[in-house]
Design a binder for this molecule. Sequence first.
Ligand code: LLP
Length: 425
Amino acid sequence: MSISLLPGHPHTAYRDGELCMASHALSALAQAHGTPLFVYSKAAMLDALAAYQRGFAGRNAQICYAMKANSSLGVLQVFAQAGCGFDIVSGGELERVLAAGGDPGKVIFSGVGKTRAEMRQALVAGIGCFNVESESELEVLSDAALAMGLRAPVSIRVNPNVDPKTHPYISTGLKGNKFGVAHERALATYQRAAALPGLQVVGIDCHIGSQITDSTPYLDAMDRVLDLVDAVEAAGIPIHHIDFGGGLGIDYNGDTPPAADALWAQLLAKLDARGYGQRRLMIEPGRSLVGNAGVCVTEVLYLKPGEQKNFCIIDAAMNELPRPAMYEAFHQIVPLSPRHGPGTVFDVVGPVCESGDWIGRDRALDVRPGDLLAVLSAGAYCMSMASNYNTRGRPAEVLVEGDKATLIRARETAADQMRHERLVG
Ligand code: LLP
């Protein structure tokens, strides 16, 4: 048998010219479940998690999977069973954690716009920490907790003002971003939090952006955060945990992010040097745990030659692969059974009525209608951002583990989409 690995995509490889994940030919899964189809490798998720776990060996650390990256129940279950907590940003995400068997005590609640109802819901569930993003949110949270006879555990998300050198839409730690409390206001905000009767200060939090492929911004952010810990504790407010957010990038197109354990070796050296090595540490990785564990299998519907462009029209679209349309992001697109002819240069596009509905530009492919393609690195920020535009149903999802392939989400039907709608009288 000939095996050729796909660099950066563990557990996905060509076996005798057929793209497989674990022991499954992706074409067989497509045949069984239709396309577009997301297929995830449990082993790839656990490998990605293991890199962080190795990085934290011997430390007091909690990994909270940022479930916005992929919030399907079957995926959450993998991380819950592996002992992860969850970083949530809505009451809906909290319900998903509970439905997947996650431990609410290991949940941290991020986001700039938590509603009072979401705060109550999270307090009832007994979550571990609210990552508060503004002074006005502190007041509302204190109020909500007091009304329930509780004290809400809080961290303040500080904005370290470092440039993560990533796409502007996914950079979050700069002064011009809506996230977090400005570094200069952080001490005053902690003093306010410590004085509010419905709050219990437990930690500090930051998040500088996503798809970060360089360790420097992390090291800079850590210095800025530790400066604040020094200042806040000098003011008599103990900080029990330090949360460094998420953001480590993945290899989409030859990108070379540091490995999670290598990054943490550097960060821990800094923490040790500054005397914080034994503090409780938290992180909120999303993309790096699931991104390269998933592919989207799609069928070529039509080839449409043109004067300026040739189009390869596939049955997946910006509905389930929104990243190219939103961030001009690059995803590799590979055939499930390569033909090895010279190929033609195509724009690979979906059926949605938008010129922005493209998945890949200027890709050389030797394909015919009916062929199957895999869009790689589709485990993160694809299904969780999927929409029903054009009344397209969201795809099915399969999780593979060794010989087992489990349908973790059935394909959405038009009836599913219309369920809550009513005709007028
Ligand atoms: N924690 C917080 C507070 C966040 O805002 C985020 C992501 C994460 C953790 C997880 O970051 P990660 O480890 O996944 O980089 N839709 C965009 C990415 C948006 C990220 C938003 N925040 C994309 O498809 O590239």
